[in-house]
Design a protein around this ligand. Structure first.
Ligand SMILES: [Fe+2]
Length: 307
């Protein structure tokens, strides 16, 4: 097999040269969780993919909601899109996925990185899930590997495995658009944390270095934005070139050792995301709630003194 980065770079180059369509990307920013959801589609065929959808969740009341997902549904309907894929860049720790809700209404196949089995093993243990919780990724329709290719209409897609934030993180290269999940953030903010169970700063550095080999003009769509010192608006789109020259954590010239030292020190100062416990136990089940108990109510667990 060709090197996946070479494959992905060729996909970007063909889109930039006009040999293939350039995808249309619409973003939806969920301010409560700082998450960007994307709908990417082929202008010629109107075939689409939805990346990293958000289910509203109010932790105080334990109530879920669909206002964020309904905005995506309304956009898909207004543009006349046919959704072929629902992609998750990883098992998110900061929001619950709305993938099952969207899939029920739009169809499409739900896909995540094949290393999900590692994440399910780690969190299945943390939450002491019973044997009914399969740790084999079978809750998803397709498990993705580094270098896998597929199509969204006439758009070429290459999958890149970018572990570090979690073992299963994937980036999706769709024409000249790169959806990098939790790896890079905006150049002025830096990179994703690597201290969750299964995370690894050294792997994150190596994954980011691979992403930065893509063509400089590739559009880069981030998973999150948190603003940055001196910036008071949210931004979640940049380019590979800008990350290479200006990312405060990993611009060209930052060594692996320097990055790892910085990342570990910084992560030690961060508190856990507000929704990590609810989010992970839903997202490890592909966005499905844990099974209802005999009174018909779904419950979430709070493991004490474990994280
Ligand atoms: Fe994440």
């Amino acid at each position: 097999m060709d090197d996946p980065i070479a494959l992905a770079s060729a996909v970007v180059a063909r889109a930039l040269a006009g040999e293939r369509p350039r995808p249309i990307v619409r973003s939806f920013f969920d301010a409560p969780t700082f998450t960007a959801t994307y709908v990417v589609h082929d202008p010629a065929t109107l075939r689409a993919a939805i990346i990293d959808s958000v289910l509203d969740f109010d932790a105080a009341s334990g109530r879920t909601g669909t206002s964020a997902a309904d905005a995506v549904l309304a956009y898909v309907a207004s543009e006349g899109l046919v959704v072929d894929w629902l992609f998750e860049t990883h098992v998110h720790a900061d929001h619950l996925s709305a993938a099952p809700y969207l899939q029920q209404r739009l169809g499409g196949k739900l896909a995540i990185g094949s290393a999900i089995v590692e994440v399910q093993t780690i969190f299945g243990t943390l939450f002491n899930a019973g044997t009914e919780f399969e740790r084999d990724g079978s809750q998803f329709d397709l498990l993705l590997k580094d270098g896998d290719t597929l199509a969204i209409g006439q758009l070429e897609v290459t999958m890149l495995h970018v572990p570090g934030h979690t073992p299963a993180d994937m980036a999706f290269v769709v024409g000249d658009a790169v959806f990098c999940g939790d790896t890079l953030f905006m150049p002025d903010y830096g990179t994703a944390r690597a201290d969750f169970p299964g995370g690894d700063a050294r792997s994150l550095y190596r994954s980011i270095r691979r992403l930065l080999l893509l063509p400089a003009q590739a559009r880069l769509f981030l998973c999150h934005d948190y603003k940055a010192p001196g910036r008071d608006t949210f931004v979640w789109e940049t380019t590979i070139g800008d990350e290479n020259s200006a990312n405060v954590h990993v611009h060209q010239g930052v060594s692996e050792e320097d990055f790892v030292t910085m990342r570990i020190a910084r992560d030690a100062t961060l508190s856990m995301p507000r929704l990590i416990l609810p989010a992970v136990q839903v997202n490890m089940r592909a966005g499905h709630l844990p099974p209802a108990e005999n009174n018909g109510v779904h419950y979430l667990k709070i493991p004490l003194n474990t994280l």
